[in-house]
Design a protein around this ligand. Structure first.
Ligand SMILES: [Zn+2]
Length: 454
């Protein structure tokens, strides 16, 4: 199956809720729901029955309900609703999540340097890396954060409002490659992915490995090779770059027995609807948990960036940007509440939240990598258990230096905390070794919690 989205674009016009779902290994599902495209653009591949049947019935209802809020007077809505219900109810949309027969707990294979780096080391089974696209860190500081209870909750762990994006780029796609590979854009070991456009097909060069002329390993490789379930839920289509680089047969060989295959991303979902994204995320983790599997999920929330490009990165009360953060906070609150109310998930999920860039120079963009408002981002780690708010720089004096507010580098000193730290922080939390070839936090030296008392 090729990674195609057909003709639906999430950011154009009234298509507010196009959805792309591709689940690999034993089953493929390619599902696009778009009122304007109609049912002829719903396709399916190699479907098989699975435990997720009910999830997708709910998913179909959710999607059509969501559409109905926007297209109340469009008769096609009724059509789509009925058709979706019938198809979901009849089992057309089903999918197999890959399930390995031997549930291996890889914590014992960890090469993480020190348990003190981890909050509750051996209880974290699921790590969610959240990128809030275009999140200005000032929103996480009082008094603004007082209006965002979920984000306020996430600041109750180790975090900083003075992290940095890639030193040479403050645009979206290169920074997400940083986050997921633990490499910077340029340099001998840089990943080299400069473009911020929708990538061409894999055969036409839309692959990180082709671009770099060598295999660029990622957090997906390490987690998947260790037998964990992996997912990417992205709010922009351009993230198909990761599907094309790590999905299907694009990933590298699995050097950790048993062989979990070359498809390093078990589930790839593209949706710009926040509620759908969070519901899919929780469903994915719940299924992993039910199957006694651990997991890594990357969640990309695009709304603040879309809003910033339309109305500026304006932090004034009542601005469009502030309203977009309110929406993000609502969904984060929903996510936190679902985790904390679940017996199998509470205390077993860690969240790493950061951003690809800030924004505001120019006013409706973020293209200038030298502008502090663009390169300053938050970085936080939350597990919700036995945590105290702590400054990440304070507990990492040995390995990181907090740059001045106008500095994007810390020349001749220790590096700042960057979004590129995220890949290996996530693996540290899962008790796994670093991404092969990574250069940022490659020794997993970044502490994400106060040392545990002995
Ligand atoms: Zn972005």
């Amino acid at each position: 199956m090729a990674w195609k989205r057909r003709s639906v674009r999430s950011r154009s016009g009234p298509l507010r809720h196009p959805v792309f779902v591709a689940c690999n290994d034993d089953g493929f599902l390619f599902f696009q729901a778009s009122l304007l495209m109609g049912l002829e653009h719903i396709s399916q591949y190699d479907l098989d029955n699975s435990d997720l049947h009910l999830c997708f019935i709910y998913f179909a209802v959710r999607t059509t309900h969501s559409m109905s809020q926007q297209f109340k007077n469009n008769s096609k809505y009724v059509w789509l609703l009925l058709a979706s219900l019938v198809m979901a109810g009849s089992g057309i949309f089903t999918v197999n999540w890959p399930v390995q027969s031997s549930a291996s707990n890889t914590t014992t294979e960890s090469t993480a340097p020190t348990k003190s780096a981890l909050p509750n080391t051996n209880t974290i089974d699921h790590v969610i890396l959240i990128s809030v696209d275009g999140l200005r860190p000032e929103a996480l500081l009082p008094p603004i954060v007082d209006q965002y209870p979920a984000m306020q909750q996430l600041t109750q762990g180790a975090w900083t409002a003075q992290a940095r994006c890639d030193p040479d780029s403050s645009i979206t796609l290169p920074n997400h490659v940083d986050m997921l590979t633990g490499r910077l854009l340029v340099g001998e070991h840089g990943h080299g992915w400069v473009s911020n456009s929708d990538p061409p097909s894999r055969k036409m060069g839309g692959s990180l490995h082709l671009k770099a002329d060598r295999y660029i390993s990622s957090v997906f490789d390490v987690a998947h090779d260790a037998g964990m379930q992996t997912a990417m839920i992205a709010g922009k289509w351009k993230f198909v770059l990761f599907g094309q680089s790590y999905g299907e047969d694009a990933g590298g060989p699995d050097g950790v027995a048993p062989n979990d295959g070359q498809n390093k991303i078990d589930c790839f979902i593209h949706s710009s609807d926040l509620m759908t994204q969070v519901e899919q995320l929780v469903a994915f983790i719940n299924v992993a948990s039910q199957n006694q599997k651990r997991s890594f999920t990357f969640l990309h929330l695009a709304l603040p960036d879309f809003t910033g490009h339309g109305a500026g990165w304006d932090l004034n009360e009542g601005s469009s940007y502030r309203k977009s953060l309110q929406r993000i906070d609502q969904e984060l609150a929903s996510l936190l509440s679902k985790i904390q109310q679940s017996q199998s998930l509470a205390g077993r999920v860690a969240i790493v939240l950061t951003s690809d860039h800030g924004g505001g120079v120019p006013f409706t963009s973020h293209t200038d990598p030298e502008a502090p408002i663009n390169f300053t981002i938050p970085f936080m780690v939350w597990s919700g258990v036995n945590q105290k708010p702590v400054d990440l720089y304070l507990i990492n004096k040995v390995s990181r230096h907090c740059p001045g507010a106008n500095e994007r580098f810390t020349p001749n000193q220790l590096p700042p905390i960057r979004n590129a730290d995220a890949a290996n922080v996530c693996l540290t939390l899962l008790g796994l070794p670093p991404v092969p070839g990574s250069t940022v936090n490659a020794r997993q030296e970044l502490l994400v919690a106060l040392p545990q008392p002995k």
